[in-house]
Design a protein. Structure first.
Lengths: 295, 233
């Protein structure tokens, strides 16, 4: 018996799995309990759906934030995917043509990884320093005589439509998606596009009928993960966003930190809704990746 | 012509990538850089020195590094047996174990942090270094297991058998086998933990105004919110 236990794979898995399950399970359970008005700190143990009802009424700020979050995450994901595709195709074509493919490739991969290594907050702060109304770009415009006061500079960041947040995520996610696409393109036999070229395909046709079908499943899976990440992340919208409309995670944390403990329930409701949406998206992404592995 | 365009595009790309660093250096080592001036007017190391002499920066740095080191060591130790089994063996429930490990990577940190906060308040772990370490393990552990197990997928257990047959002491040589083989992989997961170093360092930088944080995520989320509103509004 002891022997069996010692060599069971679950003995090795146990420490990591137990830790994760306890922490994750407890946090989700507490989140659900609090969203139902069950707040042990103030001895409130009556279950009700008040917080859910307040959050989901048609004039609550939740819907505005949901729309804002969806707009920002969907736009960023689509733009990042398109640019990543272009960058990856450009890099891999360039690599195939150059005489010394190794040296250039090394630098490009390094450059892409370098961007990945930047924490989101550092990148966002840099964007803010560069693009805000008193930022570096505005200063340069002023010294060229284009503007004289800071308020003449267009609001490029911390704007109503979340363009700053979108700009941040697009620039930050291009390298991530481009690396995924590059790894697919490199694992394919090079013959396909040569065959297409021989059959008279032009550049656009090659991209449309050869390259895109090759990378699409992986790109879609990656894009969905990116969407989930952007949709649920807090710090960038907090730094580059404004007071209204605010992103869903920002709203959730605002409620959660409210001194009125009853408002915490609403924060929990919003965070649970974010969790559900992200898990659904991740499941679709997993399915897509799975399908790709089988073919 | 074509070559020139490619080259200039590439240079532009590289410039964009180093620009943030240059920007921080420009702001960090200058003073009284007011609006219309296109470039820093007064270069000085005073700003930097003041930040480095600030006890809050130093405690933040110190605690951040401490937490990061503990988290990295703990997640490597806990992930190692799990990754080995997942990488080398086929057994019933393997898929399910993968799925469970995948969960913390998709559940938003915000949700985990808000829930854990309540648990930690009740356990008295809120605001302790140990609590912050525990909270950090939830996202780092799966990542470490994923990277390590892909190394084990290429690892041949027979190396160990061979070493044992040649008269190696069990523990000593098993370690030599491991580290000869997955040096590159374990260092890459170290890098992932390292980025968590940076995260927690940042978190502490951000939180120097209030020490009563509740969990790591809380620090990261709440701290940055406060920092941003403090600095930018």
């Amino acid at each position: 018996m002891l022997h069996k236990l010692r060599f069971s794979p679950y003995t090795s898995l146990a420490p990591a799995l137990i830790l994760i399950l306890v922490m994750l399970g407890a946090s989700l359970l507490y989140a659900i309990a609090e969203s139902l008005g069950f707040i042990s700190v103030i001895n409130q143990s009556e279950v009700n759906f008040k917080a859910w009802r307040i959050t989901l009424t048609s004039d609550s700020e939740f819907w505005v934030s949901l729309g804002f979050s969806l707009w920002v995450s969907i736009t960023s994901t689509i733009l990042a995917s398109i640019f990543a595709l272009l960058v990856a195709v450009w890099l891999s074509e360039h690599r195939a043509k150059s005489e010394n493919p190794q040296s250039g490739a090394k630098w490009d991969t390094l450059a892409l990884n370098w961007n990945l290594a930047f924490p989101h907050l550092v990148w966002a702060t840099a964007l803010l320093l560069f693009l805000s109304q008193s930022g570096l770009l505005a200063r340069w415009a002023a010294s060229l005589g284009i503007i004289t006061f800071t308020d003449q500079f267009p609001v490029l960041i911390r704007d109503r439509f979340g363009f700053g947040i979108i700009l941040h995520y697009v620039t930050k996610e291009i390298p991530f998606l481009a690396l995924i696409i590059l790894s697919i393109l490199q694992s394919q036999p090079i013959g396909y596009d040569v065959v297409a070229e021989n059959l008279g395909a032009n550049r656009w046709q090659k991209l449309r009928y050869v390259t895109i079908p090759q990378v699409l499943p992986a790109l879609l899976a990656g894009a969905l993960l990116v969407f989930g990440f952007i949709f649920s992340s807090y710090e960038v919208p907090a730094l580059l966003g404004i007071g209204y409309p605010r992103a869903l995670p920002v709203l959730a944390l605002r409620f959660f930190l409210n001194p009125d403990l009853l408002a915490r329930s609403e924060g929990m409701v919003i965070s649970l809704i974010i969790t559900i949406i992200v898990i659904l998206v991740a499941m679709v992404s997993l399915k897509l990746a799975d399908k790709e592995n089988k073919t | 012509m074509r070559k020139a365009i490619t080259l200039s595009l590439r240079i532009l790309l590289y410039f964009i990538l180093v620009a943030p660093l240059l920007l921080f250096i420009a702001y960090g080592f200058s003073t009284r850089w007011f609006f219309p001036a296109p470039f820093p007017t007064e270069l000085t190391t005073l700003t930097f020195a003041r930040a480095m002499n600030d006890s809050r920066t130093l405690t933040g740095l110190h605690e951040g590094l401490l937490i990061a080191i503990i988290v990295s060591l703990l997640s490597l130790t806990l992930a190692f047996p799990a990754a080995r089994v997942l990488g080398l063996r086929q057994f019933r429930g393997r898929q399910f174990a993968w799925l469970l490990l995948f969960l913390p990577t998709v559940v938003p940190p915000l949700a985990i942090g808000m829930g854990l906060n309540i648990l930690f308040l009740q356990l008295g772990l809120a605001g302790t270094i140990f609590g912050v370490v525990l909270a950090h393990l939830v996202p780092t552990l799966p990542y470490t297991i994923f990277t390590l197990s892909s190394a084990f997928a290429r690892y041949d257990e027979n190396f160990e058998h061979q070493a044992l047959a040649l008269g190696a002491k069990p523990n000593a040589d098993i370690f030599q086998c491991y580290f000869a083989d997955d040096d590159s992989q374990s260092s890459s997961s170290d890098i992932i933990c390292l980025s968590n170093f940076m995260e927690s360092i940042f978190a502490h930088f951000a939180d120097w105004r209030r020490k009563d944080y509740h969990s790591a995520y809380f620090v990261i989320c709440g701290g940055f919110g406060r920092r941003s509103s403090y600095h930018w509004n």
